[in-house]
Structures are given as structure tokens and as C-alpha cells.
Design a protein around this ligand. Structure first.
Ligand code: SF4
Ligand code: SF4
Length: 505
């Protein structure tokens, strides 16, 4: 099958072998599970339990807080001991609302439904089951999966993303090696839900065992034509738009979504979770996580309950805390450094990278931009990173948007190749957050202004109506009263034409 190159990208040392030498093992059941209410894009989930409640594994403890949201389930049995703020994985070390469960060690489970043949289910039922299972994009995006299963347009190509292009991370690789059948059945369920005409499974060529396992499972399943495509290992080949370009030759328009060109893309781990949800009614309770890095004595992949404290996973894998520089959740390019090791593993947490002191070279000092253009050559989105940098520095937020700042996927390729060591992505994140905050301020100001104007109109109308009533009561003022009544009616008509909200706003 033909493959198309994408612009830019960088070749990075993989560091994948370290964590793929042993089979995946379940992580020990922690004493405490901390489940953040917001582990996804969209509205936070809303608790449906209280402190002191006993819960079973798989029980809903927080319902979806809106359409774009996902419920949270107890990942083991125990007692709810707290509902409140707790540190969560976030670059600034933020706290956020979480539900804490003291586990009882019994791991007692809600009874799951009997196995169902998905072909008997209509797409809407499948979407509902996936929504109820709390499945979000497990490749890192965290977007509620059921929404992507309702694209609202015909799907020509469904792509299963097994590229896993970022160094060190191997959980998808191990998942495909060990649970290829599950991944494949999940793909078929998604295909059925979106009625995709064709399916492609894309795997980087540095994962031959995973590709072989998937091929083997495909033969056993004798499924409809599905192409397994190996793509050259080049970061960020696993970026959604880059992968679409590689396997279809099509470009997703700037600011657009893949469905605009008839493509839907899901991660392999999401597909496996979909399989368990639809076949067994099992919500998203655990995921494969790579625990690796030079500070870890036994790098490996673990099957981890969502909500397990990161510290327990680091301990389990023999982390040398005396020699620990930092722990990154995710990979070295796009991951976030954890300010607190007590944070829990969340649904999107695919890797814990424990970096030892001395492994990171002393960061060379930042020099002025020499306009070499290396960053533009490396940018997989064909942006002009140095221009973005200048406009972010000068806080010219109008100009920076003209240069498509919001198309930047924060992959870090530009900073990686920059000879002046400029932390370019920091500038882009800063500019994005400033623009979002200004937009939010403007939105609030618009609402306040609209309310004020409506109130002024209402007061004027009421005044006119009062005057009309007053005039009617006075003998010999019939003409004046009529005029005032007409005026009041005209005011009302004008206000309703302008779509004014109800009087009590
Ligand atoms: S790579 Fe660095 S030095 Fe070169 S143009 Fe880009 S920002 Fe400037
Ligand atoms: S971080 Fe943004 S600007 Fe830099 S290479 Fe990646 S997409 Fe391009």
C-alpha cells in the first residue's frame, strides 16, 4: 500500500527496547485510588456517591457532566473516603476535584452483562454503551470516544493509530502484541458504529512483533478487508493529521477535523477498551502504562487501575529516588513533568518516564534566534515557528493567529532542532492560554453588555407603560394616553424584534 511522506518531523532515539523485554503484568492493587472528575476534554463528571459509601468495582461514582463529558467508575471495590481537591497530573501542579476510594483488597466487581455479538446492535446502541463505559481517547487526547463514533458524515476511511511515535512509550506496542484480537474486534465494532468503508491499521516499522501479532489475529478473525500498514518511524508520525497524510495522502484542512475529508482516527488502546465495553459491558477501569527511564531499575509495562498513585508504580518498578531528576507523564517530547508524585494515573496517562540526574544534559543557555529556518523545516504542520515565536514574545496575539498558532500540535520538533536552544513550545503554550483567556474575558463582557442593554430597554418600556396607564386614568387625556400606549406597544415590538431575553434577565 502506498504511503505519503509528511512535511518535517525528526528522527529520535527510540529507547523502546528497555520496557519491552518482559510481558505486561498487573500493577498491585493500591490501598487508595484517587479518581479525578475531569480526566477528559469537556465538562467534569459530577459525583453520585457520598463519603462513606461502599462501592463495587465498575460502579459509576460520577456521572457525565454534559454532552461532552465522560462518567467515572470505581476501579476497585472499597469505601469512598473523600470527595475534594487533590493534586492531579498538570504542569503547574494544580489540584482538582477527585473522589478517593479506600480499597478493601477484595476487588469485588459489579456483574457485567453477557457477551453480545456487536453485529446485532445498531450504531446508536454501541455509542451509548461506549458513552456509559467512560471511554475517552487513550492515545492522549482524552476526547470522549462516543462523540467520534457519531461523525454525522459518511466515513470513507477508519484509521487505527498504532504508530506510538514518541520515544520510550511502548504500551500500545505491548497491547498489540498481547491483545491483538481485542484490538481488532474493537476496530470492527468502531467500523460498524461509523459504517466505515475501509479500515487501516497503522503501525510504525519499529514494532515488527506488534505488526506480526495483528496480522496473525487478522487472519484468524477472517475479517473484512483491513489493511495493516507499517509506516516509517519518524516523530510525530502518530499525530492524527500526520498519520492521515501518510496512509491516505490527504491533508486535513487548517483548523479542520479529519471527518471533513471522510476520515476517523482512533487509538489502538481505545479500540481495545471499546471491545471490552461492548462485548462484556466493562467500563474503562484500567490501562497499559509504560514505566521507564534511567531512574527505573525494572522498566516495563503494567496493567494499571485508573486512579493508582504514580508513586506506587514508581516504587513497584524500583525507582531510585535518590537519583531522580524528574518524572514525566507521557513521553519526553509532549509529556508533562509532574510536580507531585502523589498524583493518580489518569485515563490518558500512557507512560511514566523517570529521568535520573545527569541524564538530562545541563540545558544549554538560550541564544538569540539566528533565523536559520531549521524549525520551519522540522515543523510537521508546515508552520513558521520562528514567526510564531516573535509574535508570542511581542504579545501580538492577532498576528500570531494569522500564522495559524492553533494548528500547532506542540510536538516540540522545532525546539528540538533549534540551534539557539529556544524553548519555542513554551512560547506557543503561553500565547494560546493568553488568547483563550482574552476570548473568555470578551465573552463574559459581551454577555454583561447584552444584559445591561436589555435591562435599559425593559426599564424604558415599563416607564412608557406606566405613563400610558397614568394618562388613561386622567379625564381629558385620552389622546395622550393612546399615544403613550401606542409608543409602549412600539417599544415592545422593537424589543421583541431584537430578540431580547425575558424581562427577568
Ligand atoms: S531554529 Fe531557532 S534559531 Fe533557527 S530560526 Fe528557528 S527559532 Fe530561530
Ligand atoms: S511545536 Fe508547533 S510549531 Fe513547533 S514543530 Fe510542532 S507543530 Fe510546528
Amino acid at each position: 500500500m502506498k504511503r505519503w511522506p509528511f512535511h518535517g518531523g525528526v528522527k529520535l532515539p527510540g529507547h523502546k527496547e528497555e520496557s519491552t523485554t518482559r510481558p505486561v503484568e498487573p500493577a498491585p492493587l493500591p490501598k487508595r485510588l484517587i479518581l479525578p472528575l475531569s480526566q477528559h476534554i469537556g465538562a467534569p463528571a459530577e459525583p453520585v456517591v457520598a463519603v462513606g459509601d461502599k462501592v463495587l468495582k465498575g460502579e459509576v461514582i460520577a456521572k457525565a457532566g454534559g454532552f461532552v463529558s465522560a462518567p467515572v467508575h470505581a476501579s476497585s471495590s472499597g469505601t469512598v473516603t473523600a470527595i475534594g481537591e487533590h493534586p492531579v497530573p498538570h504542569p503547574s501542579g494544580l489540584s482538582a476535584p477527585c473522589i478517593t476510594i479506600e480499597t478493601d483488597g477484595k476487588d469485588r466487581c459489579l456483574k457485567h452483562k453477557q457477551q453480545t455479538d456487536f453485529r446485532q446492535l445498531d450504531p446508536a446502541t454501541i455509542r451509548e454503551q461506549i458513552r456509559e463505559a467512560g471511554i475517552v481517547g487513550l492515545g492522549g487526547a482524552g476526547f470522549p470516544a462516543f462523540i467520534k463514533l457519531n461523525p454525522g458524515k459518511p466515513v470513507n476511511t477508519l484509521i487505527l493509530n498504532g504508530a506510538e511515535c514518541e520515544p520510550y512509550i511502548t504500551c500500545d506496542d505491548m497491547l498489540m502484541r498481547e491483545r491483538a484480537g481485542e484490538v481488532l474486534r474493537g476496530l470492527l465494532i468502531i467500523q460498524h458504529a461509523v459504517q466505515a468503508q475501509r479500515c487501516i491499521i497503522a503501525i510504525e516499522d519499529n514494532k515488527p512483533q506488534a505488526a506480526h501479532a495483528m496480522q496473525h489475529a487478522l487472519q484468524r478473525l477472517a475479517a473484512d478487508p483491513i489493511d495493516i500498514v507499517t509506516v516509517p518511524a519518524c516523530y510525530p508520525a502518530g499525530g492524527e493529521k500526520q498519520l492521515i497524510k501518510i496512509v491516505t495522502g490527504q491533508e486535513v484542512p487548517s483548523g479542520g477535523l479529519p471527518i471533513q475529508i471522510g476520515v476517523v482516527c482512533h487509538n489502538v488502546a481505545t479500540a481495545a477498551a471499546v471491545c471490552r465495553a461492548v462485548e462484556h459491558g466493562e467500563p474503562l477501569l484500567s490501562r497499559y502504562v509504560t514505566v521507564t527511564g534511567s531512574a527505573v531499575a525494572e522498566p516495563r509495562n503494567l496493567d494499571v487501575l485508573i486512579g493508582t498513585p504514580v508513586l506506587e508504580l514508581l516504587n513497584h518498578c524500583g525507582t531510585d529516588f535518590n537519583n531522580l531528576e524528574e518524572v514525566i507523564m507521557g513521553g519526553p517530547m509532549m509529556g508533562i513533568a509532574l510536580a507531585d508524585h502523589g498524583v493518580p494515573l489518569v485515563k490518558t496517562g500512557n507512560c511514566l518516564l523517570a529521568v535520573s540526574r545527569g541524564e538530562i544534559e545541563q540545558r544549554p543557555s538560550v541564544m538569540p534566534c539566528i533565523r536559520c529556518g531549521n524549525c520551519a523545516d522540522a515543523c510537521p504542520v508546515s508552520l513558521l515557528p520562528q514567526q510564531l515565536y516573535w509574535h508570542a514574545r511581542s504579545k501580538d496575539f492577532d498576528k500570531i493567529q494569522e500564522y495559524d498558532l492553533f494548528d500547532c500540535i506542540e510536538c516540540g520538533c522545532c525546539a528540538y532542532v533549534c540551534p539557539s536552544n529556544i524553548p519555542l513550545v513554551h512560547y506557543y503554550r503561553f500565547a494560546k492560554s493568553e488568547i483563550r483567556s482574552l476570548q473568555e474575558q470578551k465573552r463574559r463582557a459581551d454577555i454583561a453588555r447584552e444584559r445591561h442593554e436589555h435591562r435599559e430597554r425593559r426599564l424604558a418600556r415599563e416607564k412608557a407603560e406606566r405613563a400610558a396607564r397614568h394618562a388613561r386614568k386622567k379625564p381629558g387625556t385620552d389622546d395622550k394616553a393612546k399615544k403613550a400606549a401606542i409608543q409602549a406597544a412600539l417599544e415592545r415590538a422593537r424589543a421583541s424584534k431584537q430578540g431580547a431575553p425575558p424581562d427577568d434577565v
